[in-house]
Design a protein around this ligand. Structure first.
Ligand code: NAD
Length: 451
């Protein structure tokens, strides 16, 4: 696509012209985004259903509704976020005052994955607009219906000389990554994250990497097992397990493991019926390649629940595995599908040791009534985010930054964190002309040295 540099140059010209800076422009674009979603919700649902078999309810809960709440939250806070932050000024710089000015970065690139293709393209965009940037969007080619719809809607509703959508696969991403951007916001796998970061290094472009990993879920004997099973089953089988912060595996006290599996069976049946394949509320795997990969992981343990698959329908039943060896493939790679290994531990120390011996995950969950256990798990582990007595829901708190640590990513977004990610915190000192302490100027006489 040879017009890529020209299209980006056009966005840069718009940015340099200064039109994205006023709060009024940012607000207008955010309202336009809201109108775009409200006027096209049926088409958005259709695209998400065609890509992932997503039900309308799930689409509202995890894609459309989430994006709308982020816009509303951003609009309500924009004025205060944009306000310069005053900081104190030491005596040596008096008379004067100091402030941090939040300025936009310029033209930013947002690269999105296919699992929440609507949400994960637009939520970063909200932050980019709020901070006053122009943006290039690169939705995933794997969720082709949502990608095509986003390209059509963004050009119809947002200013075309400030925003551009590039559709396509690795060849388009590669071409985009050759250009100079002022920030790259990437959501996707660790492997492609490395490609993005090394491409960004050529232009010294800062990056936010929202990656994945194996998010553990500790369940202690001291927890409400029925509630834990219901919440874990919901978070794991949402979007057929294709959620970056889905509980990847359970690490449970061995004395309650059987009871937990029993509760999981109950929860799965109550959500999706005796045959989840017939449930309109249960999604499908995105494509045959991912189906084959996830199906291959099932042989890593004993199937305690589910296990049925249908390649033509890209269906894998909600599956729970027991008797899984730590070295099995299912415990080595991010599962990203509806398969839940249940590992057991003898002591909490063992569970914590197992987790900390592995790369830092994007999320960590612990179910326990005891405050001491909750605190011990949080204090002795590290993860991008964490939830106590629930899974996934920390993502829905607008004032909590969302992002990874270590192998699960760098940087964060949502709410104020998005605004900060897409802004430069510029240090500005204003000095008075009225008074000039001569101490710092040569010649450095003996009298000055004594001071
Ligand atoms: P992916 O890394 O394959 O793709 C992400 C983006 O990179 C897509 O836009 C894709 O077109 C582009 N891309 C693919 N190959 C490329 C290449 N060679 N060079 C440059 N760009 C390329 O990820 P995915 O399969 O779409 O998503 C799944 C992964 O994303 C999982 O690891 C999951 O945990 C992670 N994820 C993380 C979050 C988060 O918020 N941290 C959210 C969703 C998904």
């Amino acid at each position: 696509m040879t017009q890529t540099p020209d299209r980006i140059a056009a966005l840069r010209a718009s940015f340099d012209g200064g039109r994205t800076r006023p709060a009024k422009w940012r607000r207008q674009q955010l309202y336009q985004l809201m109108t775009m979603i409200e006027e096209n919700e049926a088409a958005i649902n259709e695209a998400l259903n065609a890509d992932l078999g997503k039900s309308c309810f799930e689409a509202r809960m995890t894609e459309v509704g989430t994006v709308l709440s982020e816009i509303v939250h951003t609009l309500s806070k924009l004025r205060s976020w944009m306000r310069p932050t005053r900081v104190s000024t030491p005596l040596s710089n008096q008379p004067g005052h100091s402030r941090i000015v939040h300025e936009p970065l310029g033209v930013v690139l947002i690269m999105a994955p296919w699992n929440y293709p609507f949400n994960l393209t637009l939520t970063p965009l909200i932050g980019a607009i709020a901070a006053g940037n122009c943006a290039v969007l690169k939705p995933s080619e794997v969720s082709a219906n949502t990608s095509a719809l986003l390209a059509r809607l963004i050009s119809a509703y947002l200013e075309s000389d400030a925003f551009a959508v590039f559709e396509g696969g690795p060849e388009i991403s590669t071409e985009l990554l050759e250009q100079r951007f002022d920030h790259i916001f990437f959501t996707g796998s660790e492997g492609i994250g490395r490609i993005v970061m090394s491409a960004a290094a050529r232009h010294l472009t800062p990056v936010t990497l929202e990656l994945g990993g194996k998010s553990p879920c500790i369940i202690t004997a001291d927890s409400d097992l029925e509630l834990a099973a219901r919440r874990v089953a919901w978070g794991k089988f949402l979007n057929a397990g294709q959620t970056c912060i889905a509980p990847d595996y359970v690490m449970i006290d061995e004395t309650v493991a059987d009871a937990f599996v029993g509760q999981m069976r109950k929860a799965i049946t109550s959500f999706f019926g005796a045959d989840p394949k017939q449930s309109p509320d249960y999604s499908r795997l995105i494509n045959e390649r991912h189906f084959d990969r996830v199906q291959g992981l099932i042989s890593g343990g004993d199937v305690a629940i589910g296990g049925e698959t249908d390649r033509a329908a890209k269906y894998i039943a909600p599956t729970v595995l027991t008797g899984v060896a730590p070295e099995a493939e299912v415990m080595r790679e991010e599962i990203f599908g509806p398969v839940l290994p249940v590992m057991t531990y003898k002591s909490l120390d063992d569970a914590i040791g197992f987790i900390t011996a592995r790369p830092k995950p994007l999320a960590l969950y612990v179910f326990a009534r005891s405050r001491d256990i909750q605190n011990a798990v949080i204090a002795r582990t590290s993860s991008g985010g964490a939830c106590i007595n629930d899974v996934v829901m920390h993502l829905a708190v607008p004032d909590l930054p969302f992002g990874g640590v270590g192998a699960s990513g760098m940087g964060a977004y949502h709410g104020r964190a998005s605004f900060d990610t897409f802004s430069h915190a510029r240090a500005v000192l204003t000095k008075s002309e009225h008074f000039d302490v001569p101490l710092r100027y040569p010649p450095f006489t003996k009298t000055k040295l004594r001071w």
